[in-house]
Design a protein around this ligand. Structure first.
Ligand SMILES: CC/C=C\C/C=C\C/C=C\C/C=C\C/C=C\C/C=C\CC/C=C/C(=O)SCCNC(=O)CCNC(=O)[C@H](O)C(C)(C)COP(=O)(O)OP(=O)(O)OC[C@H]1O[C@@H](n2cnc3c(N)ncnc32)[C@H](O)[C@@H]1OP(=O)(O)O
Ligand SMILES: Cc1cc2nc3c(=O)[nH]c(=O)nc-3n(C[C@H](O)[C@H](O)[C@H](O)COP(=O)(O)OP(=O)(O)OC[C@H]3O[C@@H](n4cnc5c(N)ncnc54)[C@H](O)[C@@H]3O)c2cc1C
Length: 665
């Protein structure tokens, strides 16, 4: 079959909505669309940003290639006078993880969020001009999740007005920070602040690591890369590093002092702000990771959807065409919920960005009331969306059959790059336990007149939700947003209340929390899923222009919610929110919805507006011309440079000759 081109054109004609309007909804606004469109084309059309050779490079070549691209990207950013947003887009579309992600994504935000005005004035201009390059050095060999368990010390020396940064043990070696291994000149390093023998807990310090002249490590600094990581190219473009401090001295004014200060006399002074603001950079990045999840998942879904329309298997009658695999109901039941999830994560990501901006503005006005909500939402949604995205990318690989396993499908690399998102910025289980703590606190305060707010506001109706029984009678009832929302609210509140009741049976609450951790994680997941469903529904209540666009989004919203209901049917049944018949009606409705998506599937992934360069996938090509290009690509593999491979004469020929001799004997 070599008519893939015709097939995708035919698919596009089937769409029942205006794909150009959907592109605007996906991008967030016309301005955002135009920005992404312009920058992605700029990157795609520049041969310096080619990436199809990445998987054939060894680590050193790959790393050098990354440095070249980063330097070239910076040159273009300056030549074109791109603003911050445009520059961020350009780096994203270059699509090669690099030290710059950590410089711009964590080092700069750490100084912005935790530095005093004076510190910002000193360090930010240098960082903005890339005259210094920074990383975020928090995790240690022995401690990642438990930030309070970090061992690195920063001991104040009143004689010299300096801090002495030291790694007292092997396990205190900084381990993992991206950009640290080979490139960063500076780090925001996290260490326990010790004054006069007293431990004041973990704080951030700006530490210079390498000379700005010859890039050699400064005295007392031992530094290097931690080694090859999962996947071939993937995240190996990044120099995740190891760092040990041997009594490294830094001036007192290099402790980030927005949250607390150390005076010249060695007095520890806390500002009137919560100590958790030291964790502020993580909240910021978790919020970005949620938005990024929709990008990674939509890339995989775009590849799998286009290929599913091109690929045919079975069902040929009288020598006619075989069936497009996208028409198999099993393929639809695996693929379309992922398509719906990509849209769902897009909208919840947009909402979370708003929440983060809101909390940031409030913090500036010394209003800390929404910080717990911001922490719980960023932690929970980071966990939920990255887990679903990592699993979803792998499912897309399987949806593409054998060809999905080829690097040229783009999926192996996408998976390998993406999957650490389940671990970095907080292990996903550890983060869900934070959400669970927030939920348990909310439940415990229900009777106290402390009204739950934000995403836990539904708990104020806990008595009503405990009595709830779904009144769904027919499959179409599951299309009503309120019906879905109430079922999700009742399930989430009942799971939280059950955990709280079980916790109260323990004399020691901490012991109870450990014992019930698995149930608590389930309750946290139920709460986070409710947030995503409710934000999708809220999005649909806004004015959504464009022919047929709203209708498609309604279908996707219902698919997202009913797919979750189907997947977690056990929760909904065991909490008594719905009965088995209502569960079957949801599955029936889901099948109807899949049929509605089918003619629109290709246009729905076209709405992501990804260039072929960004997708980096032969299976996901816009023109659907898969087979000729796959065939062509195979011959480019370095193994095909020679007809007889290296090593044949050395190892295989003697073996063959030996066999021949034996046969003759
Ligand atoms: C193909 C793709 C190619 C290229 C990509 C190209 C471009 C990329 C484009 C886009 C990417 C977008 C964005 C990503 C940007 C950069 C990312 C890139 C790479 C990733 C780099 C990774 C970096 C890291 O991993 S940094 C290290 C992160 N570490 C962690 O997350 C540690 C996790 N642990 C913790 O956070 C804490 O230890 C804890 C688990 C929260 C526990 O803390 P603690 O013991 O102090 O807390 P308690 O439980 O006792 O709670 C006390 C109290 O505090 C509240 N709390 C806790 N944390 C916070 C917080 N952050 N904010 C506010 N409040 C907090 C907690 O609720 C308690 O409150 P109560 O007392 O009221 O109960
Ligand atoms: C690609 C990558 C890039 C990174 N970049 C950076 C960076 O730039 N800067 C930086 O500082 N760090 C970075 N990190 C480190 C990262 O933040 C940590 O790996 C992460 O926080 C998880 O911590 P950990 O490795 O200690 O896991 P662990 O906490 O050791 O987790 C191991 C297992 O234990 C479980 N577990 C741990 N605690 C609990 C608990 N309380 N209850 C139940 N289960 C628990 C976890 O769920 C997990 O299954 C990076 C990591 C990766 C993989």
């Amino acid at each position: 079959m070599e008519d893939g081109v015709d097939h995708l054109a035919f698919e596009r004609n089937k769409a029942q909505f205006d794909v150009e309007d959907m592109k605007i909804i996906w991008a967030g606004s016309r301005q955002d669309f135009e920005l992404s469109d312009r920058i992605s084309r700029l990157v795609a059309s520049d041969p310096a940003f080619r990436k199809d050779d990445r998987t054939t490079l060894d680590r050193k070549e790959l790393f050098k290639n990354t440095l070249r691209k980063a330097a070239y990207a910076w040159k273009r950013i300056n030549e074109l006078r791109l603003n911050e947003q445009e520059a961020y887009k350009l780096r994203s579309f270059v699509d090669q993880p690099a030290f710059t992600d950590l410089h711009w994504g964590m080092f700069v935000p750490a100084i912005q969020g935790q530095g005093t005005d004076e510190q910002q004035q000193k360090w930010l201009p240098l960082a903005y001009r890339m005259q210094i390059i920074g990383c975020y050095a928090q995790t240690e060999l022995g401690h990642g999740s438990n930030v309070q368990g970090l061992e690195t010390t920063a001991t104040f020396d009143p004689k010299t007005d300096e801090f002495v940064i030291h790694s007292p043990t092997l396990t205190s070696s900084k381990w993992w920070p991206g950009g640290l291994g080979k490139i960063s000149t500076h780090a925001v390093a996290y260490a326990r602040l010790i004054i006069g023998g007293e431990d004041h807990g973990v704080h951030g310090f700006i530490v210079q690591l390498r000379s700005l002249d010859d890039h050699l490590p400064l005295p007392g600094i031992t530094i290097g890369d931690i080694g090859m990581k999962f996947g071939n190219a993937a995240y190996n473009t990044m120099d995740n590093g190891v760092l040990r401090f041997d009594h490294v001295r830094i001036p007192r004014n290099q402790m980030l002092m927005r949250v607390s200060q150390v005076t010249r006399e060695g007095k520890y002074v806390s500002s009137n702000v919560p100590r958790q603001l030291v964790y502020g950079t993580m909240v910021n990045v978790r919020q970005k990771i949620v938005a990024d999840a929709s990008v990674a998942l939509s890339r995989a879904v775009c590849i799998a959807t286009r290929y599913s329309a091109v690929r045919r298997q079975f069902g040929s009658h009288n020598g006619g065409l075989e069936t497009q695999v996208i028409d198999y109901k099993t393929q639809q039941a695996r693929l379309f919920p992922l398509l719906a999830s990509a849209y769902a994560f897009r909208f919840v990501g947009g909402w979370l960005k708003w929440l983060y901006m809101d909390v940031t503005e409030r913090l500036q006005a010394n209003d800390f009331s929404t910080l717990p909500e911001a922490h719980a939402c960023t932690a929970g949604l980071k966990s939920l969306t990255t887990t679903a995205t990592a699993d979803g990318i792998e499912e897309c690989r399987k949806l593409c059959g054998g060809h999905g396993y080829l690097c040229s499908s783009g999926l192996p690399e996408l998976f390998a790059v993406y999957v650490p998102a389940c671990t970095y910025e907080g292990d996903n289980v550890v983060l869900l336990l934070q959400v669970a703590r927030h939920l348990m606190k909310t439940v415990s305060q229900l009777g106290s007149g402390n009204k739950p707010v934000g995403t836990t506001a539904y708990m104020a109706r806990v008595e009503q939700l405990m009595q709830y029984h779904s009144d769904v009678e027919k499959a179409e009832d599951w299309l009503k947003p309120n019906v879905v929302l109430e079922a999700f609210e009742a399930r989430a509140s009942r799971m939280s209340v059950a955990c709280a009741q079980n916790l109260s049976k323990f004399a020691n609450p901490e012991e109870g929390f450990q014992e019930l951790a698995a149930d608590l994680v389930d309750a946290a997941v139920a709460h986070c899923q409710l947030i995503v469903v409710s934000k999708f529904i809220e999005k649909l209540q806004q004015d959504i222009p464009g022919k047929g666009v709203k209708k498609q989004l309604e279908v996707l919203c219902s698919i997202y919610a009913l797919f979750l209901l189907h997947k977690h049917l056990g929760d909904f049944l065991s909490t008594g929110c719905i009965n088995p018949k209502q569960g079957s009606l949801a599955s029936e409705q889901l099948r109807n919805l899949y049929s509605q998506v089918r003619p629109n599937a290709i246009a729905l992934v076209d709405a992501f507006n990804y260039t072929d360069h960004y997708l980096g996938s032969i299976l996901g090509r816009y023109d659907g011309n898969v087979y000729p290009k796959l065939y062509e690509e195979a011959w480019k593999d370095p193994l095909n440079d020679s007809v007889v491979p290296d090593g044949f004469k050395e190892y295989i020929q003697p073996m063959l000759k030996q066999q021949l001799r034996n046969a003759r004997l």
